[in-house]
Design a protein around this ligand. Structure first.
Ligand code: RIB
Length: 318
């Protein structure tokens, strides 16, 4: 029986322009279409997990505006409990997104209501019985810390997606059970240490795992885009590194694929999977998410992930 997931964090309206290629600095380009999509890393992660069958509570804030209506409708429509998404006077957070034909994107966010989500909203009662608490850095760091503390005290696995990147205070690192980073975030977190190439052997990645462990993070998932992902578990002497192969798809829009990965990891950890098993599953969910435009509307069901998992090889052997 899966335990409940609490996602505490951001909801954004994604103002998205599709274009042939991303503009260079100072350049103006013609786009190929525009859409306002429901987004925000936390809302996306909540929807991704719910689509996969998880029970999810989302804690966040949106404005009393049309974008807020869009986000509440999308998350609730996926089955997420939105009774702790507060409607406030500040406008809903927005993301301005460009997506080029290759599926690659660039994103700038403006926090709006997300910036007002306070530590006081992290009522410990909301975390009771949770199996996983899922966090990102699109809301104030003090709020992320309060949610991590509430999750930790409730005995939940605290999963921190270090995006957008910010240095992690020691107190938050101590409360984090699993860190989820892409290659940029991993390099920034590790400071002077240079991350192995994606295709490097497991031995090279073990060194990275030890560097994370030295900074207090023992279980780390590093996503590597089209090169797959790596699971680092410094405390697991038998298997300190698992390299997950990329799932090959025709990518249309990679926006929110990382959130599909995070939400799927949360869903599988809440169901009792090991970290490596959760990452294998999430890799497929994220790849499927990139095959359609938008974020939440593109996220796969458990049946779709299961069918794809049967058809792909997930592990890269040393
Ligand atoms: O990870 C993708 C998300 O980042 C978008 O939905 C956007 O809102 C930003 O939060």
């Amino acid at each position: 029986m899966s335990k409940r997931i609490v996602v505490a964090g951001s909801l954004n309206a994604d103002l998205t322009i599709y274009c042939e290629r991303l503009p260079a600095p100072g350049e103006t380009l013609h786009g190929r279409g525009f859409a306002v999509n429901p987004g925000g890393k936390s809302a996306n992660q909540a929807v991704a997990a719910a689509r996969l069958g998880a029970l999810v509570t989302l804690i966040g804030a949106v404005g009393e505006d049309a974008n807020g209506d869009l986000l509440v409708a999308s998350t609730a429509g996926a089955g997420v409990d939105v009774s702790h998404v507060h409607r406030i006077a500040e406008p809903t957070g927005v993301a301005v997104i460009s997506v080029e034909d290759s599926g690659e994107n660039s994103i700038i966010i403006s926090a709006g209501a997300n910036g007002t989500l306070s530590p006081a909203a992290m009522d410990p009662a909301l975390f009771a019985g949770a199996g996983v608490v899922c966090l990102c850095l699109e809301v104030p760091l003090a709020t992320v810390h309060a949610a991590a503390a509430a999750g930790h005290d409730a005995g939940a696995t605290v999963l921190l997606n270090l995006s957008p990147y910010a240095p992690v205070p020691d107190g938050l690192a101590r409360l984090t059970d699993v860190l989820l980073v892409n290659a940029h975030e991993a390099s920034a977190f590790l400071g002077g240490f240079s991350l192995p190439a994606p295709a490097a052997a497991a031995d090279a990645w073990r060194g990275a795992g030890e560097e994370f462990a030295r900074r207090g993070l023992h279980k780390v998932l590093v996503t590597l885009g089209s090169s797959g992902s790596v699971v680092l578990d410094a405390a697991n002497a038998a298997e300190p590194v698992v390299r997950i192969a990329p799932t090959r798809v025709d990518a249309v829009d990679t926006t929110g694929a990382g959130d599909a990965f995070t939400g799927a990891v949360a869903a599988r950890l809440a169901a009792g999977d090991s970290l490596a098993a959760a990452a294998r599953y999430a890799s497929v969910a994220a790849a499927l998410a990139a095959t359609k435009k938008g974020t939440q509307a593109a996220y796969p069901s458990a049946g779709q992930v299961a069918a794809k998992l049967r058809a792909v090889e997930t592990d890269i052997r040393p």
